[in-house]
Design a protein around this ligand. Sequence first.
Ligand SMILES: *Cc1c(COP(=O)(O)O)cnc(C)c1O
Length: 428
Amino acid sequence: MDTSRSQALFLRAQKHIPGGVNSPVRAFGSVGGTPRFIQKAQGVSVTDADGNSYTDYIGSWGPMLLGHNHPVIREAVIRAAQDGLSFGAATGRECQMAEKLCALVPSVEMVRLVNSGTEAVMSALRAARGYTGRDKIIKFAGCYHGHCDAMLVQAGSGLMTAGIPSSAGITQGCAQDTLTAPYNDLNAVRQIWEQNPGQIAAVILEPVAANMGVVPPKPGFLAGLRELCTQHGALLIFDEVITGFRLGLGGAQEYYGVKPDLTCFGKVIGAGMPVGAYGGRREVMEQIAPLGPVYQAGTLSGNPIAVAAGLAQLDILERDPSLYLTLEQRGRQLREGLRALLQTYSTPGAVQGEGSLSCLFFHPAPVSDYETAKQSDTARYARYFHYLLEHGIYLAPSQFEAIFLSAAHTPEHIDELLSRTEEFFRTL
Ligand SMILES: *Cc1c(COP(=O)(O)O)cnc(C)c1O
């Protein structure tokens, strides 16, 4: 496979862009090799600068639920662009988007549009602090909530330790208000609560963790958090930036039947354009400026082109909810196929997922938290990744990401992925 153009572009990019990329995972840091510079994408396929095509299982990290470059979404963007790129003023389309989000997502009564998932999370945390008048936030190790300061924090060795930043440039003050518990561990959350009485503003989590591989919530975990938050007057925030409109029209909250107070969105709601949103209970959202004292703003928020793209994608999903059944079937085909292969070849591994989110952990036992996920054989994953890439299949360049399916993936695509996986297992 000729990758000389990608190699040349990567060298050139590194001169003026840190690491040659505008978001770290793109640099292939954890699998090595040359990141492919992508020229174009269509349906399930992405094509790199050297003209190599791959069946894509990243889907731009989630937005491409209907496959790349869907004609209806592309048309909506072109039509919107003919009327101008940005007005910095309210538009009718934003009403449609807000009405749709409130109608489809069980807990959302009011919503504010922003430009990314990070912004959605940052703003939801501010709203929760403004509403409760408390400072501290509980998050879970291995959950990713974007790159805002308060969320780039891990607990130290014990739960009693104040948070230690997992990035340079984050102040102690910021870190100490973020408390971290292991995912799926209700007792740890109870313990944190006992140690910080009356100080917890909110608990935030990915209702299905999809940034440490894919780790579904154990039965009772989400409901237990709901109960704790209600009991202590704190807000439960679901970060549905990945699960929103992917697990179903009502997201993970509908899928599991647990209602958060606030929800963060991104990815699918922008269909590949920069859109995020946060919303929830009316009395909390009424704290947001200009109605209330919690300030949050954005020059390009509700951008007409981005909202047109998102609306077009949500329209398609709403008109044809059978798409979710299809996604579920494809996901099951993939997971059952991978499990069968692990067994046939006695390869240690755990296959996990929900709906169109799946993950093959090179770890001998099921993974329910970050500590366990981290023990996966990442060197083996790197070899698996490169074997597939060489054979025209593009998985995420990290063990700790999801395999994202889209409605454009057919049973034949999944079979192809399975048979290449089988070939790889034979090399072990
Ligand atoms: C991607 C992601 C974010 C951040 O969204 P950006 O648009 O990259 O800022 C936040 N939360 C979760 C769960 C995500 O997967």
